[in-house]
Ligand binder design. Structure first.
Ligand code: SF4
Length: 397
């Protein structure tokens, strides 16, 4: 079922004060400065067009090496079929940077990923997001204004000087730039441990943005901090809902953000699948809640999950807690293993799923006709500081 929500817009941007919930549902956030771009003109071929696959093939062939299509692991099969490379967001941004001859980078993923690709690719390359409504609810949970306000709260508590910001890759370019400006680094779900170790060598506390679960799981599982060392900063409450004493005592200040897909899995999901499938291995992403991660057999990034399932013994049983498109694809690739989704309820990333074959065909055919739609551009000042934070990550030991 498709839900249609009217998005009031001003100058191509969602109006900040209106229908924030609807904007969030559509992956468009309420902060115009962190969701730059233009509206998708929307003159799309119908999804029922039987020629879509052929049209996509023909347009891609006509563009040749001028176009490079990136497909995030959570994309639909119909889109992945046309991807030149697949991967997680950071791998894809690096893959794009390694193809300077490609004039157009079509990013089948979400908005913050296209921003990162724009930051890491050359000035002459243009990064295109086939549907501008493909945002990320987690990235949208930390706006530049909220994070600046949080930093003021830390300064008033006298701890900003000893706090190092660490931002997850899944954040807007503005948040990455804030992190770069304040001496922090970016991390992925693969290198969060190393990023936090580095941060604690630079300062006494970490402000982790925007995913509370990845921050908490890494701090407690990998660095040996206690849950009491972590506090949760709620941007919707005065002073983050924390006292000065709580902030001063904390080692890890977690931003109150989460992934709407991975945050769905519960301890009940784990208990239920263990009862249903005796001997099952529970494998989850570190964006899941702490109690889910603590009850799992293995925890790791998307790339880790794929490798673990590739290497698993034939006949072994797995319940996987990550996005459903990926779980289905891996299960299909390994019919000799029993691979099921951790939760009984269907759980796609709704914003990732906005990129479909009609949007891809529309994008490619527009390029063939000489129109360049939905270009994602990060302004030079933001890019400078965001790149500083990304470079710190690349330099991590
Ligand atoms: S899966 Fe979660 S973190 Fe990834 S794009 Fe969707 S909402 Fe964002």
């Amino acid at each position: 079922m498709t839900t249609t929500v009217e998005i009031p817009s001003v100058g191509g941007f969602a109006e900040p004060s209106q229908t924030p919930l609807a904007l969030l549902l559509l992956g468009r956030q309420a902060d115009p400065n962190s969701e730059r771009g233009v509206e998708c003109p929307g003159d799309l071929p119908p999804a029922s067009d039987p020629d879509l696959v052929e049209r996509a093939r023909a347009a891609k062939a006509a563009l040749g090496d001028r176009v490079f299509i990136l497909g995030h692991h959570y994309q639909r099969d119909e889109v992945i079929e046309f991807a030149d490379v697949t991967g997680d967001s950071f791998k894809l941004a690096r893959d794009a940077a390694a193809r300077p001859e490609a004039e157009f980078i079509v990013f089948c993923g979400v908005h913050f990923m296209a921003e990162s690709a724009d930051i890491l690719t050359g000035d002459t390359q243009r990064v295109i997001l086939p549907d501008l409504a493909a945002g990320c609810s987690m990235a949208d949970m930390a706006t530049a204004e909220q994070v600046a306000e949080c930093w003021d709260v830390l300064a008033e508590a006298g701890i900003a000087d000893v706090t190092v910001p660490v931002a997850y890759m899944n954040s807007s370019a503005d948040i990455k730039a804030f992190t770069g400006k304040h001496g922090g680094t970016i991390c992925t779900s693969s290198n969060a441990k190393r990023a936090l170790e580095w941060a604690y060598e630079q300062g006494q506390k970490v402000l982790f943005l925007p995913d509370q679960h990845l921050g908490r799981n890494t701090a407690v599982r990998d660095l040996g901090l206690s849950l009491d060392d972590c506090v949760l900063y709620n941007p919707h409450k005065p002073n983050g809902g924390l006292t000065v004493e709580q902030l001063r005592n904390a080692k890890m200040i977690l931003w109150r953000g989460h992934c709407s897909v991975h945050g769905r899995f519960t301890l009940d999901s784990v208990n239920e699948v263990r009862e249903r499938i005796p001997g099952v291995n529970v494998l989850v992403h570190p964006e899941c809640r702490h109690e889910v991660v603590a009850a799992a057999d293995q925890v790791g990034s998307t790339e880790y999950i794929i490798k673990a399932l590739d290497a698993a013994e034939p006949g072994s049983k797995w319940a996987v807690g990550t996005e459903l498109n990926l779980v289905r694809r891996v299960a299909k690739a390994h019919p000799d293993k029993e691979i099921v989704f951790l939760d009984k309820a269907v759980c796609f990333c709704s914003t990732m799923n906005r990129i479909d074959l009609p949007h891809l065909v529309w994008t490619l055919e527009s390029l063939v006709e000489g129109r360049v739609p939905n270009v994602i551009t990060v302004d030079p000042e933001t890019e400078k500081y965001a790149k500083a934070a990304l470079d710190r990550m690349l330099a991590l030991p």
